[in-house]
Ligand binder design. Structure first.
Ligand SMILES: C[S@@+](CC[C@H](N)C(=O)[O-])C[C@H]1O[C@@H](n2cnc3c(N)ncnc32)[C@H](O)[C@@H]1O
Length: 256
């Protein structure tokens, strides 16, 4: 779209304000060309990705927060796999939007990136991938509006950090929303074995990489979920929303 063309149609509109058909159809064609022009489409795309209307991670979290607000599901936000805090920050934005000031945020990460894995299937990842130190993440969170008393970070690899001491520390807490974004089967399995103590009927659990490994049920987070449900018949995970290219969420039903 060139500015000369816009000027021509606009001068035609100014000279001829009787609203005749030719001018209206010229204006309509111009509007269509503007709307379809590459820079405008690019801006729309950026806003679309950032908006919570599309089922991106932000959209997913927006729906999850509205769900717990409507249904009165009380509890904290737990995230496993923080890297540089993108989804943690999205969730914090939603906490503010849906006005849940009492919700505590818990974040769990090695702060050294992914652990070593001996499973050949995991060769799409590498050891230490997604490393971000704890001080660096705290800086990012502060920049994004987190107050220090709104969140707690639990450092360490899950096989060490998700321990009995932590259970004692979290006694009487419930999870309203759980975000699992730790990529590997072993990591997701450790998370589920730990977090199940805090799940209630109505908890939303999101798995950012559920459909990874080409959607194979024998790998990654999906395998961990299948095994967990087989071993814990008192839990049902009701499929809720698919999001992003690889994510899936569930609504927890507890039958005990
Ligand atoms: C893909 S990144 C998380 C991305 C993040 N949610 C975001 O919004 O950008 C995966 C994270 O999981 C962490 N992680 C994976 N397995 C882990 C384990 N067993 N113990 C601790 N952290 C782990 C890594 O350190 C990494 O920060």
């Amino acid at each position: 779209m060139c500015s000369g063309e816009i000027n021509r149609v606009l001068s035609l509109a100014i000279e001829n304000d009787t609203g005749n058909h030719a001018m209206i159809s010229k204006l309509a064609a111009l509007a269509k060309r503007v709307a379809d022009s590459r820079p405008v489409l690019r801006v729309v795309e950026v806003f679309d990705r950032r908006s919570d209307n599309r089922m991106t991670e932000l959209g997913m979290l927006s729906q999850a927060f509205e769900f717990i607000k409507i249904n009165g599901v009380d509890g904290d936000y737990f995230e496993f796999g923080l890297w540089r805090g993108k989804t943690f920050t999205y969730a914090h934005r939603m906490k503010k939007r849906f006005r849940i000031p009492e919700m505590m945020f818990w974040g769990f990460d090695s702060f050294q990136g992914l652990p070593r894995t001996d499973d050949d299937k995991d060769n799409i990842w590498s050891q230490n991938q997604f490393a971000c130190s704890e001080p660096e993440l705290r800086k990012i969170l502060r920049r994004n509006g987190f107050r220090d008393n709104e969140y707690r970070l639990v450092p360490g690899f899950y096989k060490d950090s998700l321990n009995d001491n932590l259970h004692r520390h979290l006694a009487n807490r419930h999870a309203a929303i759980v975000y699992v974004d730790c990529d590997l089967y072993a990591s997701a399995a450790a998370v589920l074995a730990f977090i199940c103590h805090y799940l209630v009927t109505g908890t939303i659990v999101c798995f950012d990489d559920f459909y990874n490994y080409k959607g194979s049920p024998d790998h990654g987070e999906q395998k961990a979920v299948t095994e967990f449900l087989r071993e814990h018949p008192n839990f049902m995970f009701l499929p809720y929303l698919d999001y992003s290219p690889l994510g899936k969420s569930f609504i927890v039903q507890r039958n005990d």
